[in-house]
Design a protein around this ligand. Structure first.
Ligand SMILES: [Zn+2]
Length: 278
C-alpha cells in the first residue's frame, strides 16, 4: 500500500469583476468573473501539508496584496486553524509558484519545510534584481515573500526541487509545468480514490483544456511570464496526468467554486471542501 492523503480545498479570497480576457486568451467577449482563490491542506499521519499558502492582507502584512484590490478575504491562517491546526504545526509547504496569492503567507508557518522548484525561486531572485524597467516581470511577486524564503533557506527549511520528482513526501509527487512562471510545478497526491492533481496556475478554467466551444484546442493564460508554447506543453502534461478526466483535477482558482465536492466546513461564508480521502 502506498501512502495516501486526505485533501481539502481551502477557499480564502475572491476578486471582483476581473475581466476574463485579462486572464485567458480568446475571452475578449466573455465578460468578467469574481475569481475564487484557494490553497490546499493535505493530511497524512503526522504530516500537515499546505500546497500554496494564500496571502495575508491584515495589518501585519507587507500591504502588497492590498494594491490588487481583492475585496473579499479571510486569513489563510484562520482557515487552517478552523481545521484544528495551528500555524506552527504545519510540517511542509509545497509552493506551486511564487506569485503573492500562492506564497504570500509563507512567513506565517515558521516550522514548515518549503518545497519549491529551484528554477522558480532562483529566477525570481534574478528578475527582482534587474533594473526597474524590467519590473513588469515581478509585478505580482511580493518581495517580502522572497525575503521570507531567504530567511527559511538560512534555517535549512527550503528544499529546491530540480524538475519532476516522485515522493517529495510519500505519495506526493511534483511535475514541472513552466509557462505561467518559469519554474511552476503542479502536484500529484495519491488518495483512496486514485490520484488527484493540484493545478497550480496551469489553468484558471477548464475551458483551457477543452477549448472554447469544446473544440479541444488548449488555451493559454494571458497572465504569464513564460511562453505560450511552454504553457500549452504544460497543459498537455497535466491533461495526461489526469487522463483527460476533470474529476481528478483541483483547479485552485476554479470559477465553478469546486462544484461537486463535499463541503467539510463553512467559515463566515468561506468554504472548505473535501477533495479526496486517504
Ligand atoms: Zn499565478
Amino acid at each position: 500500500m502506498s501512502a495516501t492523503w486526505d485533501i481539502y480545498v481551502m477557499e480564502y479570497a475572491r476578486s471582483h469583476q476581473q475581466p476574463w480576457v485579462d486572464l485567458i486568451a480568446g475571452m475578449a467577449h466573455a465578460g468578467a468573473v469574481d475569481l475564487p482563490f484557494s490553497f490546499i491542506l493535505a493530511l497524512q499521519g503526522p504530516r500537515k501539508v499546505l500546497i500554496d499558502t494564500g496571502f495575508m492582507q491584515d495589518e501585519a502584512s507587507s500591504g502588497f496584496a492590498r494594491k490588487f484590490g481583492i475585496p473579499n478575504w479571510i486569513s489563510p491562517v484562520r482557515m487552517v486553524a478552523e481545521m484544528g491546526i495551528a500555524a506552527d504545526e504545519v510540517t511542509d509547504i509545497i509552493v506551486t509558484h511564487a506569485h503573492f496569492d500562492h506564497m504570500g503567507s509563507i512567513a506565517e508557518f515558521p516550522k514548515a519545510q518549503i518545497h519549491i522548484q529551484k528554477s522558480e525561486l532562483l529566477t525570481w531572485y534574478e528578475a527582482i534584481a534587474l533594473p526597474k524597467r524590467f519590473s513588469h516581470l515581478t509585478a505580482i511577486i511580493d518581495p517580502e515573500n522572497l525575503r521570507a524564503c531567504l530567511d527559511a533557506s538560512i534555517e535549512h527549511r527550503v528544499t529546491l526541487i530540480d524538475g519532476d520528482k516522485d515522493n517529495v513526501l510519500p505519495g506526493l509527487h511534483v511535475r514541472i509545468a513552466s509557462g505561467h512562471t518559469i519554474g511552476q510545478q503542479f502536484v500529484i497526491l495519491e488518495t483512496g480514490q486514485g490520484r488527484r492533481v493540484i493545478s497550480g496556475d496551469c489553468l484558471y478554467n477548464k475551458c483551457q483544456l477543452h477549448g472554447h466551444n469544446n473544440d479541444g484546442i488548449y488555451m493559454p493564460l494571458n497572465n504569464a511570464t513564460g511562453s505560450v508554447w511552454e504553457q500549452i506543453k504544460s497543459l498537455d502534461k497535466l491533461n495526461d496526468e489526469i487522463g483527460g478526466d476533470l474529476k481528478n483535477l483541483v483547479i485552485l482558482h476554479d470559477p465553478d467554486r469546486w462544484q461537486g465536492l463535499t463541503v467539510e466546513k463553512e467559515v463566515e461564508g468561506w468554504m472548505i471542501f473535501r477533495a479526496a480521502t486517504a
